[in-house]
Write a new protein. Structure first.
Lengths: 255, 419
């Protein structure tokens, strides 16, 4: 096996007396789709927040792309190529769809003030490239026709797709989706599934997914990690997880 | 309904009668060596009675009045046609050309006083536009903006006093100095948010003023600095007689001396500075940093998740905003020829902030309009001098009720994707 893109060991997060995450380990190979599942309140989103630098983990090691990143501020983690979405849609609502995608490319653009004031060729080229990349991804998520509309005028499903596009224009190495299918209808969920698989197959994107929709999780994941009450419960392929008695117990209760 | 209001109405009338009766109805008068109470004239008593009766009836019928008030139609929203006009770039350009032409022609059509007032307006426009970057675009409430204005003004004045620096060099130095102060203040402060940020910046503005007041050895303290050199036009002075090694404007052009030339020149110079400011801000809005400001104002967490460093972006806004205050301060010092800490009190910050809020956060044309209103109204209402602040407050309250988004709310230039 090649070197994992993301390797988490012994991740612990403590809020006062509450141990929200306790010794989670996780390994994501490049090009894989890995899902994290678990009952409500199991600590999945807390793990996400620790990985992406929104929380400072109380303990454990996070190695991303060969570098330790625990305790790094969120924007630096994001610049290394770990881009996440949130459980709730967090678009820039007043800005237009295409502007949402331009803002996301901030780190790749020529932000030199003087270059911008005098519109140097280098600055123009950087704007042009950003625009083209935005257009490409708008086509991919079928939102091109809404490009110049404020983001809050989109329907909910479209907003979720725009969020994924906004992540993709940053050219991430690891895409982290926090319940992307929440609130989508079955048709939209199928589209989402197709989109995520395409991202992996055509763009070599690695995906880490939190999701409650078991049909979606079981059909696209290469690897599944189950977390219960902050502790790792099981890990394996979808088939292994389906058979695992501990997982069944955690989801259905003692019988 | 009226019955339930009767008791509070009676109480309020009695309170008014007693309070005003004591405050206005009687006064102390010196009679020889002793103090005696003297009643006021009958007209004062009539007024007190009228006020008490008015409040009595107002409170008695307040519910009905409230219903009437609600029945009044609200102030019309900005006409739809006007907003759609703004969308057409050609018309927009034409409008701006017209505005600029009018602004250039103003000093030639108006008298000396009018030109002077125009210059004052332009200084406030510049300050308003600068603060607009910080408050309107980046969403950081800065109550100490006048501190940077003071840094700019004193920066130039001290440079001129100690090192004989001319206006144009001074302008650049003052701008950089103010930007440096903005950067230094912003660095520790920008992790604060909202009210906390407002308090710290408020403190900063006061610290600057008090320092200027007390560092007598450097700044001459409350006596201020005088004799600050006036701006020159390519080395030409605007005075009756040239100082050594210089030439005056009227000699160079070959016209007779007229003191109005300088006033007009100062006005045009201020106009130039404002136009540069407008150009820079317009560009900034379309640049990545402008978009980042907007995004940061909307959702800071999403910004961080996308790899935008919030502190750096905010610091950018703070620094750029401060540099414009520095330019304005330098121009102010050069125009007045004399500055003292008196000119940089908190009320100035409040006025500049009021300009931004009144105009509509982030809106540039709104800020210009508000700066004109806020500078010209007090000049026109000189006779109401004592009530100036009262009117000011009333205006703000009314604005917040009718148009909380400002006179002309911002319509940001959007990047368009051609489909």
């Amino acid at each position: 096996m090649s070197r994992p893109l993301l390797d988490v060991s012994g991740l612990t997060m403590r809020f006062g007396g509450l141990l929200a995450v306790d010794g989670v380990h996780l390994s994501v190979q490049p090009g894989q789709i890995v899902s994290m599942i678990g009952p409500n309140g199991a600590g999945k989103t807390t793990v996400f927040n620790c990985l992406t630098g929104f929380y400072k983990p109380s303990g454990g090691k996070i190695v991303f792309d060969g570098r330790e990143i625990q305790g790094m501020p969120g924007f630096k983690v994001a610049r290394r190529g770990m881009i996440r979405t949130f459980q709730h849609v967090r678009l820039f609502k007043e800005m237009t769809v295409v502007e949402n995608l331009l803002v996301a490319q901030h780190q790749h653009m020529n932000t030199n003030l003087l270059a911008g004031l005098f519109k140097t060729p280098g600055y123009r080229r950087s704007e042009q490239e950003a625009m083209e990349r935005a257009a490409y991804w708008l086509d991919r998520v079928e939102l091109r026709e809404f490009a110049n509309r404020p983001a809050n005028t989109l329907a909910y499903g479209q907003q979720r797709r725009l969020e994924i596009a906004r992540c993709m224009v940053t050219q991430p190495k690891l895409l982290m989706l926090d319940e992307p299918a929440a609130g989508l209808n079955p048709k939209e969920t199928d589209d989402l599934k197709a989109l995520i698989s395409e991202l992996r197959d055509e763009h070599q994107i690695t995906v880490l997914l939190i999701e409650h929709d078991m049909k979606l999780v079981m059909s696209i994941s290469d690897h599944i990690v189950v977390i219960n009450q902050g502790r790792p419960l099981a890990a394996g392929t979808p088939d292994e997880i389906k058979q695992n008695p501990d997982v069944i117990k955690a989801y259905l209760g003692e019988t | 309904m009226i019955r339930s209001n009767l008791k509070p109405a009676v109480i309020s009338a009695v309170v008014v009668a007693i309070l005003t009766g004591l405050l206005l109805g009687v006064r102390l008068d010196q009679q020889g060596t002793t103090l005696g109470l003297v009643g006021a004239g009958p007209d004062v008593y009539w007024k007190i009675a009228a006020a008490a009766t008015f409040l009595f009836f107002f409170n008695l019928f307040r519910d009905q009045l409230g219903a009437l008030w609600k029945g009044l139609p609200g102030l019309p929203k900005a006409p739809a046609k006007l907003t759609s006009l703004g969308d057409k770039p050609a018309l927009r350009r034409l409008f701006w050309c017209f505005m600029i032409a009018a602004a250039i022609l103003w000093p030639f059509l108006s008298n000396r006083g009018g030109t002077d007032l125009g210059t004052l307006v332009l200084i406030y426009v510049m300050l308003g536009l600068g603060l607009n970057i910080v408050v309107g675009l980046a969403g950081l409430l800065d109550l100490g903006y006048v501190g940077f204005y003071a840094v700019g003004a004193y920066g130039y004045a001290l440079m001129a006093m100690y090192f004989d620096v001319g206006f144009w060099t001074g302008l650049i130095i003052a701008g950089c100095l103010a930007a440096l102060f903005g950067f230094l203040l912003g660095f520790p402060v920008l992790r604060l948010r909202g009210d906390y940020l407002a308090i710290v910046t408020l403190g900063f503005g006061e610290i600057i003023r008090i320092l200027l007041n007390n560092m007598t050895w450097l700044t001459n303290g409350p006596n201020g600095i005088g004799g600050i050199p006036k701006p020159t036009l390519f080395g030409l002075e605007f005075s009756r007689r040239a100082s050594e090694g210089m030439q005056t404007f009227h000699e160079f052009v070959g016209i007779s001396y007229n003191s109005e030339h300088r006033v007009i020149f100062l006005y045009l110079l201020a106009l130039l500075l404002v136009l540069i400011t407008l150009f820079v801000i317009n560009r900034l809005l379309r640049m990545p940093i402008g978009r980042a400001w907007e995004a940061l104002r909307e959702d800071e967490i999403a910004c961080r998740a996308l790899g935008i460093n919030p502190t750096a972006v905010k610091l950018g806004a703070f620094t750029i905003g401060a540099s414009f205050a520095g330019f304005a301060g330098c121009f102010f010092a050069a125009r007045q020829g004399f500055i003292s800490p008196e000119s940089f009190t908190f009320i100035e910050s409040a006025i500049i902030l009021a300009i931004v809020v009144l105009g509509g956060m982030g809106s540039q044309i709104g800020v210009i309009l508000a700066a004109i209103i806020m500078t010209i109204l007090p000049e026109m209402a000189r006779e109401f001098d004592e009530y100036r602040m009262l009117l000011f407050g009333l205006m703000m309250v009314l604005m917040m009720i009718w148009r909380p988004q400002g006179l002309l709310p911002m319509s940001r230039p959007h990047m368009e994707l051609r489909t």
